[in-house]
Design a protein around this ligand. Structure first.
Ligand code: ATP
Ligand SMILES: Nc1nc2c(ncn2[C@@H]2O[C@H](COP(=O)(O)O)[C@@H](O)[C@H]2O)c(=O)[nH]1
Length: 209
């Protein structure tokens, strides 16, 4: 059976770092490269960067299997290459958010192809999250926005098959590989109410979005 692995998680939790390591040892996994109309953050940013007009035009043409607006920018996964890779037998990996995951689960092409969808949410505590966003050079305003979004995302973690807490990178990658291989491995415990409280404390506001 063909498979899609959806990896979501708080911005800064380490999804990109985990996926990079995962791909080094798993040649049968193909990573979908999303389109976005945001600015490039650094040289390792893995997107196709397009203008807002180009994004909207692609959207109208139905070119995306899923898409979302995150902050002030749009992100979308191109449908055609994903379906081609699935038909060629690859396991397709999507690094997308919860709103994209829900669209993937409803997609009629994927249902017709009987694609199995495995979903993983990458999490860490709020303090570590903030220090990782700071560490990679995000500005304070951007960090505030991303942590507010994380606070919302924490409500939806129960919708995922697995939760993966990313403290030690090689250990996280090893556990993700076990999940993908269908080995019996349990989801990590994550207290989303506590996380949401930590965010409010860190942002120094009453948590209003
Ligand atoms: N296990 C880890 N231990 C320490 N630092 C880590 C770990 N995983 C990732 N990092 C660092 O944390 C920062 C954020 O990681 P990364 O950019 O991979 O997160 P992300 O979830 O992909 O973020 P985004 O969704 O915004 O793209 C980076 O500087 C990365 O090097
Ligand atoms: N629904 C989608 N979400 C996506 C896609 N590509 C990335 N993302 C998510 O957006 C945020 C922000 O990403 P960043 O690179 O600006 O930090 C993060 O949660 C990503 O997982 C996509 O194609 N569709």
């Amino acid at each position: 059976m063909s498979r899609i692995i959806v990896v979501s998680g708080f911005s800064g939790s380490g999804k990109g770092s985990i996926i990079e390591k995962l791909l080094e040892n798993n040649v049968d996994i193909w990573l979908s490269v999303s389109d976005t109309d945001r600015e490039r953050r650094n040289a390792t940013d893995r997107y196709t960067f397009i203008t807002s007009d180009e994004f909207q035009s692609n959207l109208k043409k139905g070119s995306y299997i899923e898409y979302n607006r995150y902050g002030n920018h749009f992100y979308g996964s191109p449908r055609k290459p994903i379906l081609e890779k699935i038909k060629s037998g690859y396991t397709v990996l999507l690094e997308i958010d919860i709103w994209g995951k829900r669209q993937i689960e409803q997609d009629l092409d994927l249902k017709r192809l009987e694609v199995e969808i495995i979903s993983v949410f990458v999490a860490i505590d709020a303090n570590t999250l903030k220090s990782r966003l700071l560490g990679r050079g995000d500005c304070e305003n951007e960090i505030q926005k991303r942590m507010q979004i994380a606070r919302e995302e924490a409500r939806c973690i129960g919708e995922y098959d697995y939760v993966l807490i990313n403290y030690e990178l090689s250990d996280t990658v090893r556990r993700l590989e076990s999940m993908i291989c269908g080995k019996s491995i349990s989801s990590d415990d994550f207290d989303s109410d506590l996380f949401r409280e930590e965010i409010v404390a860190l942002l120094g506001n009453d948590g209003k979005e």
